[in-house]
Design a protein around this ligand. Structure first.
Ligand code: FAD
Length: 506
């Protein structure tokens, strides 16, 4: 049985999605396939997307990226989680920290023992059992200490913040070393085949000036415009703004401030929220808001009034529509990145969705036959990934008790997807959290948001009561003490960066 291998891949777009795709495909395919990236300096990139989640380490591992070099070149920093301010009620503050919380104690999860003891007034706040959260509070960072058996220091889980344009540049350099060819130019036309078995597949893109670039597989990384997947193939878009009504963001960098926090912050405002991403040379900020409830001017002034330091540029307005492309893979076009859909960056998931789309493309890598079963499965998985992240983000909005604006009241009242309603009722009744089909966010992610936004279960798991109250309290206390001791030996985040991966001063 002989496959008919592809020999010519064209990636349209040189933003984060384009260069991540190029670097990964070139690493996997080596010189078995020609890979061309077409990008236009005149059009540019979206220029945001600077916070990630821990799975990015797998991507870096695939590319054999040296962490210190990577952070030096992208002016990056470490991220142990996201702090949420004003999300449940104004004045509330909690964190979604990465990695595990507590220690298992048979026969139920740690959270069940904690819920039981909290109801009895014999537990510390949830954060006390999370090394990521306690280290964040103290602005400390250390990568996992793999030689420390059975210690929370072995399990530290982290992600990165980095400068988006430097990240694309970094991946471009790596891709070009692996043989990827970059073509600068603006695509003005997409040509479809008119005959044969592959009729209606994309045959070539044509640049301003007439140059024609042919391909067998096209990866559409052209950003929101979806040059091939939408403008050429008219695949269609599923709109989710009835669940996630924010549709704009102002973005602006500002001078760095101290302390150098190892986490992203998300502060809820009257009709949206503001991100804060600390990098080595600046802090990235943005205000995501709902234009039906707030004017552009008001949103910009809220952002500018809530910066850590002096702004380093004029704020930039970015418009978007939350949702996903009906098919991420259509004929011989695979959409990756913003061309495949958009979910606001509340949990820093877009770069991860790029990474998982690339992994799926590798898993279902086609030959010239483009088997329908492979394409269908790719699309099914892409939909599942988008929908499960969507539900997690809706949870933050829906679970609010704010009464200071119609925006928040509407979010609290809205009917949520059935899949999310089911998760909320499971937690409300007995604090149970079920991870559906290996979805991205684990039980501890859901727990931290539900607990952080004041959803209190009516009861805990009936089997949590099998252990005596005193034994459980002693057990919780021992976990808390171990975590506190571990955090005390971790270095300051700024010192760790200065020692291992300081970028050149700008
Ligand atoms: P783009 O960066 O827009 O790149 C598109 C490319 O296509 C460009 O190179 C452009 O020149 C090229 N192109 C387009 N048309 C043509 C043409 N006609 N001819 C030639 N080339 C063309 N994600 C996260 O994971 N974490 C975050 O913190 C985060 N924050 C975000 C904040 C906001 C406000 C927004 C809107 C998004 C955020 N994202 C975040 C998402 C993240 O920015 C994107 O997923 C990521 O940057 C990938 O973008 P892209 O490469 O798909 O598109």
């Amino acid at each position: 049985m002989q496959a008919s291998p592809l020999q010519n891949i064209v990636i349209v777009g040189g933003g984060t999605a384009g260069w991540m795709s190029a670097a990964a495909l070139a690493t996997v395919l080596k010189d078995r396939c020609r890979i061309t990236v077409v990008e236009s300096d005149e059009i540019g990139t979206v220029g945001v997307g600077e916070a990630t989640i821990p799975m990015i380490q797998r991507f870096n591992h695939l590319l054999d990226i040296d962490e210190d070099e990577f952070l030096r070149e992208t002016y990056g920093s470490f991220k142990l989680g996201i702090e949420f301010v004003n999300w449940g009620r104004i004045g509330d503050r909690y964190m979604h920290g990465f990695g595990r919380i507590g220690r298992e104690l048979w026969p139920v999860g740690f959270e069940q023992h904690w819920l039981r003891m909290r109801a009895l007034g014999r537990a510390a706040p949830l954060e006390a059992y999370s090394i990521a959260r306690m280290a964040s509070k103290a602005n400390r960072f250390l990568p996992p200490q793999l030689d420390m058996e059975d210690s929370p220091l072995r399990e530290i889980t982290y992600a990165y913040h980095f400068d988006a344009s430097l990240y694309a540049r970094y991946l471009r350099r790596r891709s070009e070393k692996l043989g990827v060819v970059r073509v600068e130019g603006k695509i003005v036309e997409t040509r479809l085949r008119t005959d044969g078995e592959a009729a209606d597949h994309v045959e070539a893109v044509v640049l301003d000036g007439g140059r024609r670039i042919e391909g067998e597989l096209f990866v559409d990384c052209s950003g929101f415009r979806g040059l091939l997947i939408e403008q050429a193939l008219q695949t269609g878009y599923e709109d989710w703004t009835h669940w996630l009504p924010c549709d704009r963001a102002w973005a602006v960098p500002c001078e760095s401030a101290r302390p150098f926090t190892p986490f992203t912050r998300s502060t809820a405002h009257r009709a949206g929220w503001q991100w804060r991403i600390p990098l080595q040379h600046r802090t990235g900020n943005g205000h995501v808001f709902c234009s039906a409830h707030m004017s552009d001017d008001e949103a910009a002034s809220i952002l500018m009034a809530n910066l850590d330091g002096a702004p380093l540029a004029e704020p930039r307005l970015i418009k978007f529509r939350t949702g996903m492309r009906r098919l991420a893979w259509n004929r011989n076009v695979v959409a990756i990145g913003l061309s495949s859909g958009f979910l606001e960056p509340l949990e820093s998931t877009s770069i991860h969705l790029i990474q998982s789309a690339i992994q799926q493309l590798i898993d279902f890598f086609p030959d010239r036959g483009f088997a329908a079963a492979d394409v269908d499965e790719f699309n099914r998985q892409a939909r599942f990934n988008y929908e499960s992240v969507r539900d997690f983000i809706i949870l933050h909005y829906h679970l609010n008790q704010r009464d200071d604006s119609e925006f928040w009241k509407q979010c609290a009242r809205m009917e949520v997807p059935q899949s999310l309603a089911q998760k909320i009722s499971l937690f409300e009744s007995h604090g149970r959290i079920v991870r559906f089909n290996n979805e991205l966010f684990s039980e501890v992610g859901w727990l931290q948001v539900m607990e952080g936004q004041n959803l209190v279960p009516r009861a805990c798991h009936p089997l949590a009561g099998l252990k005596s109250e005193d034994a459980t309290a002693t057990y919780l206390e021992s976990v808390r003490e171990v975590i506190a001791k571990c955090v005390a030996v971790m270095p300051d985040h700024a010192d760790y960066i200065a020692k291992h991966c300081a970028a050149k001063p700008v």
